[in-house]
Design a protein around this ligand. Structure first.
Ligand SMILES: Cc1cc2nc3c(=O)[nH]c(=O)nc-3n(C[C@H](O)[C@H](O)[C@H](O)COP(=O)(O)O)c2cc1C
Length: 157
């Protein structure tokens, strides 16, 4: 195979989401774009998370994650949800624990709370498939996507 696969991956468009997790009373959040609906009956969503993310083992142990659709005006969240200090990520943010305990952010367009029903490791990311246990639409807007993420998205994250 030629090496164009990576450039071709870079042309794929994804939403940019805030994924949240909880384990032993510690909460965390990360930016995730490799996310998709995979069924509507039952409602299922998958997220691909690299094992070296702090969130990864929290999802494995907590068997749940939250997923937030954010507006284009919330690009600053990309910086907030980087790095190893979970406390800093949530400081000053309005959130509540969902049914599974994962953080649900108030300020977003819509959110899902997912119970993990399958965990696959087909490549260098784990795929977590979750069934929707709760969800809500908070406001209307323009969802942030990789098309708003100039120059930095190259098919790797
Ligand atoms: C636009 C964007 C999309 C990303 N998508 C993913 C993704 O789908 N899966 C993943 O494992 N990491 C993804 N990342 C990287 C994680 O957000 C980043 O490594 C984060 O710091 C992990 O946080 P944690 O180690 O506290 O869990 C993405 C980063 C950005 C900026």
């Amino acid at each position: 195979m030629n090496q164009q696969w990576q450039a071709a991956f870079g042309q794929m468009t994804y939403g940019i989401y805030v994924l949240t997790a909880m384990m032993d009373d510690t909460v965390n959040g990360m930016i995730a774009s490799w996310v998709s609906q995979v069924s509507y009956d039952p409602p299922l969503i998958m997220a691909a998370v690299h094992p070296n993310r702090y969130s990864h083992d929290m999802i494995v142990n907590g068997r749940a994650f939250g997923l937030h659709i954010i507006d284009q005006s919330q690009k600053a969240l990309l910086g907030r949800f980087k790095g190893p200090d979970p406390g800093k990520k949530f400081s000053g943010m309005d959130w509540k624990p969902g049914k599974t305990g994962v953080p649900i952010l108030k300020d977003c367009l819509a959110w899902f709370e997912l119970q993990v029903i399958q965990h696959h490791q087909p490549g260098n990311h784990s795929i977590f498939i979750g069934t929707v246990v709760d969800a809500d639409v908070q406001s209307q807007g323009n969802p942030l996507s990789t098309q708003d993420y100039e120059g930095m998205y190259v098919g790797k994250n």
